[in-house]
Design a protein around this ligand. Structure first.
Ligand code: GDP
Ligand code: IMO
Ligand code: MG
Length: 432
């Protein structure tokens, strides 16, 4: 029996519309599992004009009756999680189906302060993080002194670990000239929080693997995206986790052997929040038009997103690293009304053409981008449901991407609403 598992990942710098696509593709899923990142994510779901922005909760929670699991590879700010649960419950959703792997790490208040203090100290060299404590929490995990969700259920063990961490972080915060933390206060605060999530703590590894073996459908939900990956992204301007398809196995304890299908969400143009390289960035009217029409403002921090043309050098890199079986192309409606649309197909550095994203881009080395130019269209496409009804030039754009990337564009999103989609190839095994 073929495993009914599929992965949804971002292929650019995040905010491709993963939340919307996960919502659309989740109704048949028995499990929806987040595998990395934390509340640096902001995933938007729009249903009949009602908008949800999810940070830690898997985006499938709105449209699926399945179990939603915050997997081992995620870093969890428990107070943010409780607030998200409370807000959704106030809006009439019941969240009895939400669970957290005991192995997930806890974002502690000192992680948030460390994140802020370091960014401030770095000045012009800052990463432009979301200041949610993500990096410092993953640092502690790798340094092997992190606090895991399961530790909260063992008060003595927790206190022991906390004591070391508070001492270490207070030393560091003092050096940054920042306020310090009180061990007892933190201990009491987290013991109370533990009681509020105790009933949601599970061994996700056993549960998810058993579900796959029983033929249940499991959707792995990525946050962030390839170009923010700690290894393959635009280091050091990246996040501290592995948002690629490979991250699924590390972040959930499911073998690569069990992953069936990998869908990469790709925006029809490119955006990025925070600092770092962005070869096709448009610092002109065209960039402003993309930002205005696409409402390109961060779902987590509200920061304006930097905007630019689609970059297929990055697209190829995504097909390669994620092993994409399908592309889901989003926000193509935003390109309506552009007379000409440019697409990057290569980078020229020192006379050499790169077709896949190089590991050694440097500011000091001039980068010449090779663009193709395609004709635009003017028709409103936001209500179209059948591929054949799209304007000719819009279809040409989609087929051009397919040809260049040698990967099917199986689904096209033409608006933020759950209903605004066009299916081009068969997704019946995952769609209702
Ligand atoms: P995520 O982080 O990948 O889930 O994406 P975000 O939610 O941060 O940002 C995507 C934004 O685009 C949200 O405001 C969505 O409601 C919106 N969106 C998603 N798909 C489409 C689409 O096909 N067309 C338009 N116009 N907006 C979309
Ligand atoms: P979703 O899931 C876009 C960016 C931050 C910053 C860098 C590091 O909504 O696509 P961090 O707080 O993770 O240490 O910040 O990564 N970043 C995102 N950009 N979408 C996201 O998530 C992001 N999560 C982090 O802006 O540049
Ligand atoms: Mg987002």
């Amino acid at each position: 029996m073929e495993n009914k598992t599929f992965v949804i990942v971002g292929t650019q710098w995040g905010d491709e519309g993963k939340g919307k696509i996960i919502d659309v593709l989740s109704p048949k899923a028995d499990y929806i599992v987040r595998f990395q990142g934390g509340n640096n994510a902001g995933h938007t779901v729009v249903v009949n004009d009602e908008k949800f922005i999810l940070h830690l909760l898997p985006s499938g929670i709105i449209n699926s009756m399945g179990k939603c699991v915050i997997g081992a590879g995620v870093v969890v700010d428990i107070e943010v999680l409780l607030k998200e649960i409370e807000e959704l419950e106030k809006r009439g959703r019941k969240l009895d189906n939400l669970f957290i792997d005991e192995r997930a790490h806890v974002i502690m208040p000192y992680h948030i302060e460390m994140d802020k203090a370091k960014e401030e100290a770095m000045g012009a060299n800052k990463i432009g993080t979301t200041q949610r404590g993500i990096g410092p929490c993953y640092i502690d995990k790798i340094a092997r002194n992190g606090i895991r969700i399961g530790d909260l259920l063992e008060p003595e063990r927790f206190k022991d670990k906390l004591e070391w961490n508070v001492k270490e972080k207070n030393d560091m915060l003092t050096r940054y000239g920042k306020a310090t933390f009180d061990l007892e206060e933190l201990y009491e605060r987290f013991m109370k929080l533990a009681e509020k999530i105790r009933h949601r703590i599970i061994d996700g590894v056993v549960e998810i693997n058993e579900a796959i073996e029983e033929g249940k459908q499991v959707l792995f939900e990525g946050a962030q995206a390839l170009m923010l990956d700690i290894d393959y992204g635009t280091y050091p301007y990246v996040t501290s986790s592995s948002p690629t398809a490979g991250g699924v196995t590390v972040g959930t304890g499911v073998s690569p052997k069990k992953i069936n299908r990998i869908l990469g969400v790709m925006k029809a143009y490119t955006t990025r929040v925070g600092e770092g390289p962005f070869p096709t960035e448009l610092n002109d009217e065209m960039g402003e038009k993309l930002r205005a029409v696409g409402h390109e403002y961060g779902a987590t921090t509200g920061r304006p997103r930097r905007c630019g043309w689609l970059d297929l050098v990055i697209g190829r890199y995504a097909v390669l690293i994620d092993g994409l079986t399908d592309i889901v192309l989003t926000k193509i409606d935003v390109l309506t009304g552009f007379e000409k649309i440019k697409v990057a197909v290569g980078y020229e550095i020192d006379g050499k053409i790169y077709n896949s994203y190089p590991g050694n881009l440097r500011k000091s080395k001039p980068l010449n981008i090779v663009y193709d130019e395609l004709p635009g269209w003017t028709e409103d496409i936001t209500q179209i449901k059948n591929y054949d009804e799209l304007p000719e030039n819009c279809k040409k754009y989609i087929e051009y991407i397919e040809k260049k990337l040698k990967c099917n564009v199986s689904m096209i999103s033409v608006g933020p609403e759950r209903s605004q989609n066009i299916y081009r190839y068969d997704l019946t095994e995952i769609v209702k």
